[in-house]
Write a protein that binds this ligand. Structure first.
Ligand code: BGC
Length: 909
């Protein structure tokens, strides 16, 4: 059927809705995507064809065609399914054929996905909960220690058990769809099902509760089978947020579980079992568990093999089935939280009656302990902290009301393993009290919990400190991409703060494929929008119920736009567009003079700036203009020309108002802060003719502060990029490599392994910052990661490009760096940029994926001194539009690998 594949074009990462062979997809028009690679320069996809077959699980395993896209010309690689309607739980196999630059057509791989529960009638199970009427004591706090007021109110975790009997026929397929109002772990016939942690994750449960899908075909037995569910509070009814008046019960007071098992036999018949009033309920070893407070496990209360079919459950009490409330059930969208990184203990120290274990890395998750030969009933207490006090004691004041304490009561015996199930702590150190044997390095492992988002970026430089910074940024992302993008993982907060997410989004998207993670979270962002059109400060919206603040609420516009730009995902833009537009309309309605000074909620300004005060109205109005411009661009991208015009004209008027109100005749902006000028330059608030004046003021505000930055969360993301844009990369590198306070490296010199919330979380002179707000693991100031990728490695795209189709590879050479090697998996394929300088000699190796082009900018002022593959660029084929600038030479290349060499400007005598 196919011609030979003469070229070397091949597809990899065939995915459905950004996931590899997912089961339980909720989209009725899922999208197929793939990346490309090739050994040949100029390779590209010129067409594709997708055929989709539904798979029958009858004994013949036949398939039948449900969609044939036909041959489509072009390089599209994010394709919407538009065949016959998908059928719930069915499996679909899809084949990809490609046409390359020689017009050869060839098969290029296959993949599959499975539909989830697509119709309301698919939901047959009911919610189950503890039947309070059947229990004499509704809440049984542990009696063997003095529980804090906070933990006393946490009810014991539930142990639910259901049994079912399969037909005596061959099972071809079995799936469990499960979720909870709370957090759950699922078991079948004596073993855990899946590796999801803290499932079902956090969404605004008033709107959506995500169910997870598991393949359990190989786990069923002939005849009797048993399913177990352990259920705890989590975000549903546990502590979350910092509002003392309401830290818990945000969604409900009683936890509930829901699970449905579908069994398919070789003759096509099916059986469905689910949670209902026939299930049984018991107390078990998890006495209580809470995300903030920690987990209490009494191993003496172990229930034995309670999820095996042969278990005798007499004495268990019937659960209460509760029909209804199934409309919120929605298929999981992205990859779940998993226990991914596991870190060993690096040192053990004694402090008073405690042992302090150091894992060498601040992270979010918990510790898995091994206890040996403890006596039955030994009480072991574990507390967690990010840093130590000078005395060597654990520092926990900055956790505020978050108790972050786990308890384990031993059952006794040669070996016991304790790892809490339903809690997560932000820590580097664990303090353990009550063990009789001194812990050794092998006695514990730190287990990091995070959404399992595939990494896409790598970046390494010649400077070990910058590499540490890059690692700290990544650990900030790991620790805080837990269910939603949260501010910090340790104290009593852990909320989806929107400015934090907005400034860090580009960095996170270089590091990892965050498209589906943010797509899911944006659902909560939209749901949190008020009827009037105001976005909120946090999503899911709890405790902070005011109008969204400037730069916080604006995330509702900025993130969908940037997601579209980076991934070429038009669906997320389409879905978000109306909410984006309504935000601008809300601001305009309430600020008819176009100075945003009303309805700005808790206005946080340039949060945590130092020695500078960016006036609120200036920051707000700058963001108003910026967001309005993005809405205009979004409208244009979606083909809404009239609306694009409307918002572009409005943005123009906001900019004019900004200039009239805030800019004096010398071009100074009210407040005269670095952030003022950074916003004005980045958001192009003033006419281009005034750029040089703005640049001059920006430099002055840096010099006036002794060459130091004064920016907070908002300004910092713009700092180094704007300095490069105005032709002062030297200054950006100086700021990057400064070691004194305030700087990124300052924290590293103090031993930081993550990004701090504050520039001065700890200083030699003053010790710890106020414990009222001092997280050692906040990603916001890590927004410099974007600059490292875009400007230092130089991996970027042109202004008009989406999904990195038109790359711009323009590294900045500066500071003491002598080499940078970076790679990034764009939606199209892998791009690499790797440069080196040796004296005046500069080399740059570039790899451009098939179908992308790259505008490469090489530092050099003499065209004749620029070589590719050893030959002068003018004489090399495949390099076009060569242009000589003041200090660089730029040219365009098609896909492939290139190695350039030049002489750095100003270095030849
Ligand atoms: C959070 C921030 C957040 C801020 C709002 C803090 O408590 O930790 O990261 O953006 O409040 O100003």
């Amino acid at each position: 059927m196919h011609a030979e594949n003469h070229g070397t074009l091949s597809a990899y990462d065939l995915r459905t809705e950004y996931r590899t062979t997912p089961i339980g997809i909720g989209e009725t028009a899922p999208r197929f995507s793939w990346r490309l690679s090739s050994e040949t320069r100029g390779a590209r996809q010129t067409g594709y064809r997708i055929t989709v077959h539904v798979v029958s699980f009858l004994s013949d395993s036949s398939t039948s065609l449900v969609w044939d896209s036909g041959w489509q010309l072009g390089d599209d690689n994010l394709v919407v399914y538009s065949g016959s309607p998908l059928v719930s739980t069915s499996r679909y196999l899809w084949y990809l054929e490609l046409r390359d630059e020689h017009d050869d057509e060839f098969a290029s791989g296959d993949s599959w996905f499975e539909a989830g529960l697509l119709s309301p009638t698919d939901y047959q199970a009911v919610w189950i909960q503890r039947d309070t009427r059947a229990w004499s004591n509704p809440v049984e706090p542990p009696q063997d220690y003095s529980p804090s007021a906070a933990t006393r109110r946490i009810p014991p975790s539930r142990y639910f058990r259901g049994e079912f009997t399969t037909f005596t026929k061959t099972v071809t397929r079995a799936r469990i769809y499960a979720t909870a109002h709370g957090l759950y772990e699922l078991y079948l016939n004596g073993g855990r099902v899946g590796d999801h942690e803290l499932a079902p994750g956090w969404t605004d449960y008033n709107d959506r509760v995500l169910y997870q899908s598991f393949d359990v075909t190989d786990r069923l037995r002939l005849g009797k089978n048993a399913v177990g569910i352990i259920l705890s509070e989590g975000w549903w009814s546990g502590y979350i947020g910092s509002d003392r008046k309401k830290q818990g019960y945000h969604y409900g007071e009683v936890t509930e579980a829901w699970a449905q098992l579908m069994v398919e036999y070789s003759d096509g018949s099916r059986q469905t079992f689910g949670t209902d009033g026939s299930w049984l309920d018991a107390n078990g070893p998890v006495v209580y568990s809470d995300l903030f407070m920690g987990e209490y496990v009494d191993a003496r209360r172990d229930l034995g093999d309670w999820t095996s079919p042969d278990f005798d459950a007499s004495g268990w009490i019937h659960a209460l089935g509760r029909p209804g409330d199934l409309e919120t059930l929605t298929a999981m969208i992205d990859e779940p939280i998993r226990a991914i990184e596991k870190l060993p203990v690096v040192s053990v120290n004694r402090f008073e009656d405690a042992w302090i274990l150091d894992f060498g890395q601040n992270l979010a998750g918990r510790v898995r302990f091994v206890f040996r030969n403890e006596e039955v009933g030994t009480k072991i207490r574990v507390r967690y902290g990010e840093v130590l006090q000078e005395s060597g004691a654990l520092y926990t004041e900055n956790l505020r009301t978050s108790e972050a304490t786990d308890y384990y009561i031993t059952a006794g015996g040669p070996l016991e393993i304790f790892e809490p199930k339903f809690t997560s702590h932000g820590f580097r150190y664990a303090e353990i009290v009550g063990v009789t044997t001194a812990p050794d390095l092998a006695s514990a492992t730190a287990v990091a919990l995070r959404n399992d988002i595939p990494w896409t970026g790598t970046l390494e430089t010649s400077d070990a400190t910058i590499n540490q910074l890059e690692r700290n940024i990544r650990w900030g992302q790991r620790s805080n991409f837990q269910a939603v993008p949260i501010d910090c993982p340790q104290r009593d907060e852990r909320l989806g703060w929107m400015a934090d997410a907005q400034v860090f989004f580009p960095t996170s998207a270089y590091n990892a494929d965050v498209a589906s993670f943010f797509t899911r979270w944006l659902g909560d962002v939209r749901y949190a929008q008020s009827a009037e059109g105001s976005f909120s400060d946090v999503a899911p919206k709890i405790t902070i119920l005011t109008d969204g603040a400037p730069a916080w609420g604006d995330a509702g516009v900025i993130i969908p736009w940037e997601l579209y730009k980076m991934y070429g995902d038009a669906r997320v833009l389409e879905v978000s567009y109306d909410s984006m537009r309504r935000w601008i309309d809300f601001l305009e309605l309430n600020n008819p003079d176009l100075i945003w000074s009303r309805r700005y909620g808790n206005h946080y300004g340039d949060w945590l700036q130092i020695d500078a005060l960016t006036p609120r109205d200036v920051l707000a109005t700058a963001y108003f203009a910026h967001s309005t411009e993005l809405v205009s661009e979004a409208a244009r991208a979606l083909g809404k020309e009239l609306e694009a015009e409307h918002y572009s004209e409005l943005a123009g008027r906001i900019k004019a108002a900004f200039r009239n109100h805030f800019v004096d005749p010398e071009g100074r902006i009210t407040g005269d802060t670095q952030t003022d000028y950074l916003m004005a330059l980045k958001f192009r608030l003033l006419p281009e003719s005034e750029t040089a004046t703005l640049a001059k003021h920006l430099i002055r505000t840096i010099e006036e502060h002794g060459g130091r930055l004064t920016t907070g969360f908002v300004g910092v993301a713009l700092l180094c990029p704007v300095l490069c844009d105005i032709g002062r990369p030297d200054l950006a590198f100086t700021l990057l490599q400064r070691e004194d306070y305030p700087s990124w490296i300052y924290s590293i010199r103090q031993g930081a392994t993550t990004i701090w919330e504050r520039w001065d979380a700890f200083t030699q002179e003053h010790g710890f910052q106020s414990a009222r707000m001092n997280s050692f693991n906040h990603y916001a100031l890590g927004s410099i990661g974007e600059w490292l990728y875009r400007y230092v490695a130089g991996i970027d795209q042109t202004v008009a490009s989406t999904a990195f189709r038109e790359l711009s590879i323009a590294p900045n050479v500066g500071g003491t760096l002598t080499s940078v090697t970076a790679g990034y998996e764009t939606p199209n394929g892998l791009v690499k940029s790797s440069w080196q300088r040796e004296g005046s000699r500069f080399t740059l190796a570039v790899e451009v994926p098939p179908g992308s082009t790259a505008r490469v900018t090489i530092p050099s002022d003499i065209r004749e001194k620029v070589f590719e593959g050893g030959a002068e660029i003018g004489k090399q084929a495949g390099l076009s539009s060569i242009k000589v600038g003041e200090a660089n030479v730029s040219l365009t290349v098609a896909s492939g690998r290139y190695s350039f060499e030049s002489v750095l400007p100003g270095t030849v005598g």
